[in-house]
Write a protein that binds this ligand. Structure first.
Ligand code: SRM
Ligand code: SF4
Length: 549
């Protein structure tokens, strides 16, 4: 493996070259996109972004890879490369992660094969994770692997652009879009159109912070944890008109504050979503907080302006973008048609197309290796239409399987590992990356979750599935506040020693009366977690202890 973890970075704050040891160009007061540089006193991240946009590294990627990752300045390595979806991992220096964009979680067999091949080339370092945003991350890659991988991805219609850092993240939608007997609106073309609008040349390049967008298409599309969520809603004046969307804004989780999105008070036709999203992001770009990074998510801007003034400003931005003749968003009371917690989608389930089914496979903790990726691609082709879907619960669906092929698919060896009917805790467990690859993690999240859940399923019988969300630190990537049980990595004292522990959160509800889970007691050492959770599952979730064998 190249390099070592504790090398010292050098960074010249006015240096727009990205390789150490090259002469600095003359400092100039304009940024890569021609706008004025921000005033002194801004954070290191804001300065680095203003000096050079990571998107401008794309044509130079081969040159950077040839120079070697150790020659890159800190800002390029840890900030700018994320605009291309390339993540330096301090835990595995020299082995990078690539985060894709998979709009609406749609993935085709030939795309998956290309990604599997890239992971396979990484040997023992290679793996992939399905993420909490219906997305994939590939691990173990060298910087020199990136140019051919990114070119290969482009050939099969994939991109990793703007998937990390201060960018609009993968846009989520109904994982069952187009197949769902309960579908209200097919989210796929809308998600694709929003992504195309945001990634176009006139899209945002330098937001103040990350930005999550999602489009709901079914009664179980819980999406209020996003900065901007479009939820299906009838036309406010004409019940006979096609469904549109009410606009929800300001949802987010962070170490400082957690909020569900609130109604902005606007209703949009589906075709208005791309321009509206871009307009809202332009407003955020211009007015979001660039001084305090922990106060820059959208909800802080809404707080600062007040909801009504914010709404007026966004409508004005939309009219400026779409033209004065475009229909303005309509006033709306925020009522929508999302009323139930998300289905797990597992097992064989009938699609709205007669005779076709999707097969929902449970991928333990969302972790894949090259062989299982290849096998998923093969199964999707052999039994379905060659299409797969990823879910926010980190599982995978093979779609368009004819009824007479279900038995044979069910007998495939991969389905002994990626089960159609996992246990009641396993089925709805979501986990973030954890300490294996993430330097923020306080615990090995995926391994802990898997071990504890296996143990609890040995001990207990549950009347119904319980949704648990595991996260390695307060950043909350595993969405602990959405769990009926949420677990967050922490430290606790045990026998006089500081040990790995988890805080427990209870009561997350994703129905028509949504609520974030709340902290329950002190952090529990991981060694005590099975016993503590067993007690909670018996007391609050109707679990019964199995008789001793
Ligand atoms: Fe996240 C940062 C992983 C979804 C809130 N997140 C990180 C980093 C990039 C930190 C780092 O550089 O190591 C993690 C990369 C670890 C790795 O190697 O995988 C990371 N976040 C993830 C993923 C992979 C977790 C997972 O296992 O699924 C998810 C990738 C989604 C994707 O495909 O784009 C992921 N992160 C989330 C979510 C959930 C969501 O989007 O629904 C959240 C909470 C929702 C939100 O953002 O409002 C989330 N991640 C954060 C935060 C806190 C944000 C904040 O405002 O403070 C950070 C830290 C930051 O941005 O400063 C963070
Ligand atoms: Fe890393 Fe923390 Fe996010 Fe888990 S929650 S992936 S530990 S940043």
């Amino acid at each position: 493996m190249a390099g070592h973890a504790d090398r010292r970075f050098r960074m010249n704050s006015t240096d727009t070259s990205v390789v150490n040891d090259t002469a600095s160009p003359t400092p100039d007061r304009s940024s890569s996109d021609g706008s004025a540089l921000p005033p002194e006193g801004l954070s290191k991240v804001e300065r680095a972004k203003a000096e050079l946009c990571g998107l401008d590294l794309a044509p130079r990627l081969a040159e950077l890879a040839a120079a070697g990752w150790e020659s890159l300045d800190e800002a390029t390595l840890t900030i700018r490369l994320k605009w291309l979806g390339i993540f330096f991992r301090p835990v595995t220096p020299g082995r990078f992660m690539v985060r894709l964009r998979l709009p609406n979680g749609v993935l085709l067999a030939d795309q998956l094969e290309l990604l599997a091949d890239a992971v396979d080339r990484c040997g023992e370092h290679g793996s992939a994770d399905i993420t909490t945003r219906q997305n994939l991350q590939l691990r173990g890659l060298l910087l020199e692997d990136m140019p051919p991988l990114l070119e290969g991805m482009e050939r099969v219609g994939l991109t990793s652009r703007q998937s990390g850092h201060d960018n609009p993240r993968n846009i989520t939608g109904n994982p069952l879009a187009g197949l769902d007997p309960e579908e209200l609106i097919d989210t796929r073309p809308l998600v694709a159109a929003i992504q195309a609008r945001l990634l176009a040349d006139d899209g945002p390049r330098n937001l103040p912070r990350k930005f999550n967008v999602a489009v709901g298409g079914a009664p179980d599309s819980f999406l209020l944890h996003n900065d901007l969520a479009f939820l299906p809603a009838p036309h406010p004046q004409d019940p006979a008109a096609p469904l549109g969307f009410t606009v929800m804004v300001g949802g987010f989780f962070s170490a400082q504050r957690n909020e569900l999105a609130v109604p902005l008070g606007l209703w949009l036709r589906p075709d208005q979503l791309p321009d509206f999203t871009l307009a809202l992001l332009r407003h955020y770009d211009a007015h979001g907080n660039r001084v305090q990074r922990n106060k820059s998510r959208l909800m802080y801007l809404i707080d600062g302006l007040g909801l009504a003034a914010y709404r007026d400003a966004v409508v004005a931005a939309y009219r400026e973008l779409a033209g004065a003749s475009a229909q303005a968003p309509l006033p709306h009371d925020g009522r929508h048609l999302v009323v139930r917690p998300p289905r797990d989608g597992l097992g064989f389930q009938p699609q709205k197309q007669a005779g076709l089914h999707w097969a929902g496979l449970h991928v333990p903790m969302g972790r894949l290796d090259a062989a299982s990726m290849l096998e998923l691609a093969r199964l999707a082709r052999a039994y379905g239409s060659g299409e797969l879907r990823l879910t926010e619960a980190q599982n995978v669906l093979i779609v368009n399987v004819p009824a007479d092929r279900l038995a044979a698919l069910g007998a495939e060896p991969l389905l002994a590992r990626f089960r159609l009917e996992p246990g009641a805790l396993q089925a709805e467990a979501v986990s973030c990356t954890g300490s294996r690859y993430c330097s923020f993690a306080l615990i090995p999240t995926k391994r802990t979750a898997q071990t504890v859940i296996d143990e609890l399923e040995r001990r207990l019988e549950l009347p119904e599935a319980v949704r648990s969300h595991w996260t390695g630190c307060p950043n909350a990537c595993g969405q602990p506040y959405m769990g009926q049980i949420g677990l967050m990595g922490a430290k606790a004292r045990q026998d006089g020693q500081m040990v790995e522990a988890a805080k427990i959160f209870l009561g997350g509800r994703l129905d028509s009366d949504p609520q974030l889970a709340e902290l329950h007691g002190k952090a529990v050492p991981l060694s005590e977690l099975p016993d503590v959770l067993e007690g909670l599952l018996v007391e609050r979730f109707g679990a019964r202890r199995r008789a001793a064998p």
